[in-house]
Structure formats: C-alpha cells, structure tokens
Design a binder for this molecule. Structure first.
Ligand SMILES: Nc1nc2c(ncn2[C@@H]2O[C@H](COP(=O)(O)OP(=O)(O)OP(=O)(O)O)[C@@H](O)[C@H]2O)c(=O)[nH]1
Length: 461
C-alpha cells in the first residue's frame, strides 16, 4: 500500500518527537519520495542526492511546495542527527536553507558535532568479525583475560551445526555465564537478528536490575556474517540505541587465506562476506603473520586498501593486538558508512549468502580412537581442504584424561589436550565442518570409522 506523502510526513514527525529515529528515517524517506512524484520527479534524488535535487527544482516549485520541502529537509536533518550522522544531517539542513529556512545554528551545530565524538554514557559495543578461522575467538579470549577487572558481556554467534566455541571461550571472573549468550541456531546477520536484539536488551536490563553496570559488550560474529546488518541493529531498535553505542567494527584477517577468499567467485547476486567484512572495518587486525612472508603481507595490505582505503591496520600473530587499537576507539561513523552504502538505513535490506557453503556437525556419545582420527583428518584435509574452510572439534579420545581440541583452517590443522574431563562428565565427541559443497555422507562414514565402538551411542547428526 502506498501511503500518501502527508500521512507519511505526520508519522515521521511523531517518530522524531518520540525519538524513534530509525522508524523516522523510513517514514521521511518514503514520504519524500512520494512528494518528489507530486512535483514531477520520478527518481530518488530527493533523498539520495538532495543538493542536486534542490538546485534543479527550487525555481520550478511553487511557494507552497517549497515550504513543504523545506520542512521535510529540516525534519529529516533532525532525525538523522538523532541517529548520529551529523555530516549527512548538515546536508539536509543546507537544503532546507536553500529553500528559505533559517537554520544557520543547526547547520553549525551539526558541522561541529561531526568533529566531536560523543558516547553519551552508553555501553560501548565492539563487533568482532572476520572470515572463518581468522582468530576471533583467540582475540576474544585475550580481551577477557586482559580486562580481568572489567565486566564484559559477550554475544557469541557460531555458524557450525554443532556448537564448539562455548568450550573454547575462557571467561574471566566478571564475565560470568549470565553475561555470555551463545547463538548457534543461525547467522546473526539474518536469521537470528531478532535474537541479537533480545539478547542485548536482556544483558542491559539485567545489569541495571542487578546494579552491575557493564563496561562493554563484545559481539563475535560467525566467520560468514555480513557486518552491515549487525551494525544496523544499533540504529534499528530504539532501546538498543538508547543504551548501547557501537564503538567499532574490528575485522580479523587471516594473512594466509584472505586473498583467496576475496578472489572467490560467487554466484550472481550473492555477496562475498570476506569483502564486506573488510569494507565495513573500522580497524583491521592482520593476523597469522607467522604463516607468510613480508612480501605477502604487503600484498594483503594492498588488497585491503583497495576495499577500505583509510582503515587502520595492525599486524599480529595469535591476535596479539594492542587493546587501545580495538577497544574504546569510538571509531564507528555512520556518516562514513552512508557514504559507502547509501541503503544502510533501509530496513528491508536483503542479502544473499552462498548456499553452497554449509555446515555439517556430529555430536556423539563415546570416544574416538586417536590414530584412526589423525589419519582420517589428515587425509580428509589434504584431499578436501580447499573446500573445507574450517574444522573444529572437542573430542573424547580413548585413554586421554583431557578433552582433545582439534582446529583446522583449510589444510592447516592442530590438535592438543585441553581441560580434563570432570569425573562425572559424560564423554562425548563434538566435531563440526564448515565449507563449500560438503559431502555429508563421506564425512559421516569417515567419522564413524574413528569411533572406538563404531556407530555406538546416540549418533546425533
Ligand atoms: N599460526 C597461527 N595460528 C593462529 C593464529 N591466531 C590464531 N591461530 C589459530 O587459528 C585457529 C583459528 O583461530 P580462532 O581464534 O578459533 O578463529 P575464529 O576466527 O574464532 O574461527 P571461527 O569462529 O571458526 O570463524 C586456532 O587453531 C588458533 O589457535 C596465528 O597468528 N598464527
């Protein structure tokens, strides 16, 4: 149903008054597009290229039309100011001025605000993103360790069919279980976005109720997430917008595999997540520098700069980045994002993942035979490691007191005993693969052969 422009304008004004800025943007943009048609323009320049539109139309409009448009640009400027995109708001105020409004003070204020960054007492949120296996969990563990005295809440989103990361996060004393939310039933950028909002709200409300204020929130996305919709969450929900602010998007990059993923050909209309993650980064942690030489690192940096020219980059191994480089940086800038992605604030954005990429996981009671497992995984990753992007497992190995943690990124793998099994803890094996064109039957058959009692006890997947 097409809403008449004047109704949409009223809704925008109400949303502005109630400080529902994200809704306000949707109302004002659609009402302005409808108004453009009234004055004879079929394009969307009225919202996307306001300066050009105003220059072209000022002389053609009646006084009454100019008055309406002037008010629309002022309201849109106020709404966008509410969201924090002051540079963009200044453009709207200037357009309103061109049409006769007296808004010098607002323009000056918006221009000054673009230079000054304000968090306004809100809890800072850091989005940790980066392709599969780039070092996000390694970094998260370092943050939790280094900020031992801080109350940091964590939202952990995993792509694997069987969740493994909960076993790999080493929470400190102030990051208790109630402050860690696991989301492994879908991707945070699409299917579980509602859960992300609900999770953030729950964390903030609990911290207020228990009088234990949060010092920060870290969101670790899946390696296949598009960071744009995750960032949009901080503008789309009013409660979240009032209580939290997006401090920065930190993208981990695997120095060895980044170029391969940037160059991967995708089917028509499907986005390349590795490119999106670099494009939206406020900081890049160029990790795994131990695996490549200097010339390769220079080439990786060159490729990063082709996508995100001005981003700050720090080279690391084992995600050993300076905390000042990634936390409390107030780097997220809505104006910069809008310059890159005009549609960022539209609430019906659609993005398509590569449906050849999937996950296959096993959750089995019982134990594996170490040698059989080693031989099988070595064979599998050698033969299929180009397409198997990521393998993770926590396994009960026959005769081993500790949990055996297996990790692989493409062909490079490592395994080591971790924490001991508790005396009354059931010995289980969890193993998950993420990759392109996975052959579930082959993986299942191979894994079954590694079990001490092949096929025994609750073969979950
Ligand atoms: N050689 C090398 N290995 C690293 C480095 N940083 C992390 N790793 C290893 O790489 C593997 C993947 O690291 P994670 O921190 O789990 O990566 P991730 O991005 O959280 O992985 P997903 O959540 O599955 O996307 C682990 O085995 C790490 O120990 C590094 O700088 N060099």
């Amino acid at each position: 149903m097409v809403v008449p422009w004047n109704e949409g304008f009223e809704s925008a004004k109400v949303a502005l008054k109630e400080e529902r800025f994200f809704d306000g943007v949707q109302f004002i943009n659609s009402c302005m597009e409808a108004y453009a048609k009234v004055v004879g323009d079929e394009s969307d320049r009225i919202v996307k290229e306001p300066n050009t539109f105003v220059k072209e139309y000022t002389a053609k409009l009646s006084e009454e039309q100019k008055d309406v448009l002037r008010k629309m640009y002022e309201v849109r400027g106020d709404i966008i100011t509410g969201l924090g995109a002051n540079k963009r708001a200044a453009v709207d105020y200037q357009c309103a001025q061109e049409l006769g409004a007296e808004l010098k003070a607002k323009v000056a204020q918006a221009e000054a605000a673009t230079k000054e960054k304000k968090a306004g007492g809100k809890v800072p949120v850091t989005v940790l993103t980066g392709f599969l296996g780039s070092g996000k969990t390694t970094l998260l563990n370092r943050i939790l360790k280094e900020f031992h005295g801080k109350r940091i809440a964590v939202i952990e989103n995993e792509f694997g069919e069987v969740g493994i990361d909960d076993s790999l996060i080493e929470a400190g004393p102030l990051t208790t279980e109630e402050n860690i939310i696991e989301m492994n039933n879908g991707c945070i950028c699409c299917t579980v976005r509602g859960d992300l909002i609900a999770g953030l709200k729950k964390m903030v409300k609990n911290s207020i109720k228990n009088q234990k204020p949060l010092d920060g929130v870290i969101i670790e996305t899946t390696g296949l997430a598009d960071p744009a919709p995750v960032a949009q969450t901080f503008f789309a929900d009013d409660y979240v917008q009032q209580k939290l602010h997006l401090d920065g998007i930190v993208t981990l990059v695997d120095a060895k595999h980044l170029i391969m993923h940037l160059d991967e050909e995708k089917p028509e209309g499907v986005e390349n997540e590795a490119v999106e993650q670099v494009a939206f980064a406020d900081r890049i942690v160029l990790n795994k520098c131990d695996l490549v030489d200097e010339a390769h690192l220079d080439e990786v940096e060159r490729r990063i700069r082709m996508i995100n020219e001005s981003v700050k980059i720090q080279r690391t191994t084992q995600s050993q980045v300076d905390m000042d480089f990634i936390l409390g940086i107030q780097a997220f800038n809505l104006d910069k994002i809008l310059e890159m992605d005009d549609a960022f604030l539209e609430d019906d954005q659609d993005h398509q993942h590569d449906d050849r990429v999937s996950s296959c996981g096993f959750h089995v009671k019982g134990e594996v035979h170490q040698q059989r497992l080693n031989e099988w995984l070595a064979w599998l990753l050698k033969e299929r490691g180009v397409d198997i992007f990521r393998t993770k497992g926590v396994l009960a190995v026959q005769g081993m007191k500790e949990k055996f943690v297996f990790q692989a990124v493409h062909m490079a793998f490592s395994g080591a005993p971790q924490k001991p099994w508790e005396p009354d803890e059931e010995r289980i094996c969890k193993l998950t693969f993420i990759g392109k064109n996975l052959n579930r039957q082959e993986l299942e058959d191979g894994f079954k052969k590694c079990l001490v009692e092949s096929g025994s006890g609750g073969y979950a997947k």
